[in-house]
Design a protein around this ligand. Structure first.
Ligand code: GSH
Length: 228
């Protein structure tokens, strides 16, 4: 299997954590896509994923899988013992429901704020993001507010259960953790009063699949080019 991604970026991080949770790292060859250089908007990459985003999983038979939830579901079921995407109809339904919320309210909202409310990925990617759109700052601020509202909703969930889809760690926790990474480099912190969420983040950060793991940090060259 090949994974096209960029180390340290939040959506690739979701799949790297899944691989570690499932013990699949050794079966994957990583191919770096230069996001800061806008490689993902060029024809060669768009032929793999027309939506122009990473990660992409390419199977040995050439099948291309995109979208984190699809890739994670595939990887989680390879051994016939899914632990991250649900093992029963009820678990799968709750995980899909909560994951859609994590994508809409957190991952996509903070991503929009990053691209339109900050310097985003910089000058090479900006032309692919409608920079001439006059209302984009105001819209970006609304996306940031949507993200904060999502954090508050998830904080409420965590007041009565240890993980976002119930009693067990799942892909919903992984995606939410990745959203917080994205928010960090967009300069948006968790509100202090979201105590359950803050405690949950500290707990997830201690998991072996997350702690001190290579591939979850940006390359030095990307840090420099992003001015971080
Ligand atoms: N819905 C996609 C989101 C993927 C995504 O937005 N990836 C980011 C990297 S963190 C990306 O490629 N951004 C490039 C861009 O927006 O120009 C998924 O679940 O995989």
């Amino acid at each position: 299997m090949k994974i096209y991604d960029t180390p340290g970026f939040p959506n690739p991080a979701r799949i790297r954590i899944v691989l570690a949770e499932k013990g699949l790292d050794a079966q994957v060859q990583f191919i770096k896509v230069d996001l800061v250089g806008a490689e993902h908007k060029q024809a060669a990459f768009l032929a793999k994923n027309p939506t122009g985003v990473v990660p992409v999983l390419e199977l040995d038979d050439g099948t291309l899988l995109t979208e984190t939830i699809a890739i994670a579901t595939y990887l989680d079921n390879l051994d016939g013992k899914p632990t991250l995407t649900g093992a029963t109809p009820r678990e799968r339904a709750i995980i899909l429901m909560m994951h859609k919320r994590a994508d809409d309210q957190l991952i996509d909202a903070i991503g929009a704020y990053f691209h339109f409310g900050t310097q985003g990925l910089g000058t090479q990617v900006l032309p692919h993001k409608s920079p001439e759109w006059a209302g984009r700052k105001e819209w970006a601020d609304r996306q940031r507010d949507k993200y904060i509202k999502g954090l508050r909703d998830f904080n409420e969930v965590l007041k009565s259960q240890p993980y976002l889809a119930g009693q067990q760690f799942s892909i919903v926790d992984i995606s939410t953790f990745a959203a917080l990474i994205h928010a960090d480099f967009s300069g948006i912190a968790i509100p202090d009063d979201c105590e359950a969420l803050i405690a949950w983040r500290a707990k997830v950060a201690e998991r072996a699949s997350v702690k001190n793991r290579s591939g979850l940090a940006l390359d030095a060259d990307d840090l420099r080019r992003l001015g971080l």
